[in-house]
Write a protein that binds this ligand. Sequence first.
Ligand code: NAD
Ligand code: GLY
Length: 355
Amino acid sequence: MKVIQVRHGGGEYPVYVGQGLLGMTSVIERHLSGRILLVSDPNVARLYLDRLRPSLKNFQNKRRLILPDGEQHKTVESWQRIIDELVALKAQRDATVLALGGGVIGDMAGFAAACYMRGIRVVQMPTTLLAQVDASVGGKTGVNHARGKNLIGAFHAPNAVIVDLDTLSTLDERDYRAGLAEVVKYGAIRDSGFFAWLEAHAEGLNARIPQTLEEAVFQSVRNKAEVVAADEKESGQRALLNFGHTFGHALETATSYEVWRHGEAVAIGMVLATRLSEFLGRVEAGTCDRLVDLLRRLHLPTALPQDQDPDQLLRLMRLDKKNRADQIRLILLDAIGKASVVPCPADDIREVLNP
Ligand code: NAD
Ligand code: GLY
């Protein structure tokens, strides 16, 4: 097991990364206090709830809430159900919310913990690769509004993050690969050594070899921890974590969230952002080919579908939260391992959107 300490405004918390952690009572118990509310979804509960039972047996006052699975349920109504359970549990200020699941469960449970009695403890137990390398670390919590993703939320740091790599063995192939896109992102924006390591270990990642996975998750969490420690509330470098996301979100929205996994859309977005970086002469020629090659080896998509309307994507990109004074601001590469926030004219962006 490896441990990374994440510093934040209110203190610090550990992220444990290893195998068999859901069954490791000594690790889990030390982060629980008061009454316990476990929140999960039906898929994850069926697979992993039993492994947690020994760690919860010493806590008399506990409840569990299994919320329906899927992004469409990441709503104020589901958040309300978590709050209702905390009230029914008579949870006090020392209570702990235990979030067992992917990013949807983690974000909602974290947001309920942020709001109940103005903030109680939350322990994140992420079970998807995306949640392990991104969503569970850094304290962003929230739910969707009918008019937009993650429009309602709060920063609320977890008390601990417990990453059991064994859970990745049951993850659906597309969800697994979508998580790999975020892993590649860390190498691309701030860690050229890690990018080269990913190139050397693509086959191990495809085969989900435990030691390879442990290193990939550990290096991703280390990178994320460094970014959020430096800029917890996203006033500066945390925005770099959005590499590929402005293009990606536009593509997800244009296809009503029904075609692409988030990580797949981000993979395409990272390629477009790198192509634009090359077009603008910010990055060495051939950088985009290098990124495309790695993403293809990880079986991720690297191009927009031919029938995607560039004007629609551009319209959607204008709605991005990073924009200022009507200018689209993108994360572009200066090299593999170095990125910047850059205001970009629409005509330049159109160059890479046209098929
Ligand atoms: P998800 O939580 O919907 O999980 C995907 C699917 O995998 C679900 O059907 C789930 O039941 C299933 N699943 C989970 N773990 C499993 C396992 N071990 N084995 C088998 N099936 C399993 O999706 P996600 O990709 O984990 O998370 C996406 C969410 O994360 C989005 O809502 C996004 O906004 C959020 N997010 C948040 C942050 C943040 O910083 N807070 C960062 C990135 C993404
Ligand atoms: N997933 C982007 C962030 O945590 O800032």
